[in-house]
Design a protein around this ligand. Sequence first.
Ligand code: ZN
Length: 301
Amino acid sequence: MDFLTWRKAELHCHLDGAVRVSTAAELGDFGRPPRMVAPDDCPSQAEYIGYFDDAIAVMQTQATLERIAYEVCVDSAAEDIDYLEVRWAPRLHLRRGLTVPQVIESVLAGLASGPIRAVAIVCAMRQHSVEDNVALAREAGRYAGRGLVGFDLAGDEIRFPAGPQRPAFEAARAAGLRLTCHAGEAGDPKNVEEALALGVERVAHGVIGAREPRIVERIRSEGVVLDMCPTANWKCKAVPALAEHPLPRLVRAGVRCTISTDSRTVAGTTLSREFELAAGMGMTEAELRACNETAYAARFG
Ligand SMILES: [Zn+2]
């Protein structure tokens, strides 16, 4: 199967995890090569998140944000992705004086200038205060329907639970944004239940929740979609080996799953490569096409 030429949708792509290394090297002043690709033996989600830092450091002006958003679209078109949801945390881009609206407008401008249909999801961060995340939801909500489609929560899952961020999700919903949440990438299966309790339509990853039959049944019966990312999940050690990834089992159990990269640069992958890896786990062409169709069906934009 030549996945490169399949027309594909990707729903889980972090802008700061998909920056070209060459772009960061050109824009940054690190005094060393950028450190942007997590190694295979990356020990944890917390360590994995550290590989986003150099990209975030260069994404502090409107011009760099717009350029990087555009380049992600170009890179996506090159592997026949024609629908892309890009997510990022606007509050990580305020170090040089930008405001949240300026950050959002820059990314939306970059996505709009690209060769494919690309829309944005804002990520609140688990380590930020609920007040800051409520404010983000309200500011982002002003762009609902204008290229910004969703609201997400990301960051260190072990140290910062999702439950206390409920007011931010409520504000985002009230503003017209669709809801998703990172969970089940580290820590305990109950983190996935905590995300479901927030009323999300999709869960980013959900991998560790798949260990609990009760949680799998709830996800299946409620029709919640899992946006799974095999290489990134493995590098975060949500699974000890790629061969043990629950994607095939979940699809066969009737759970709606999509395949994404999470972070092409940090994971060191492409969407086509993730489909190849899923085929290597024994998934059939029909199962893989179903995951791709689920991505189109569950899109927020
Ligand atoms: Zn993610």
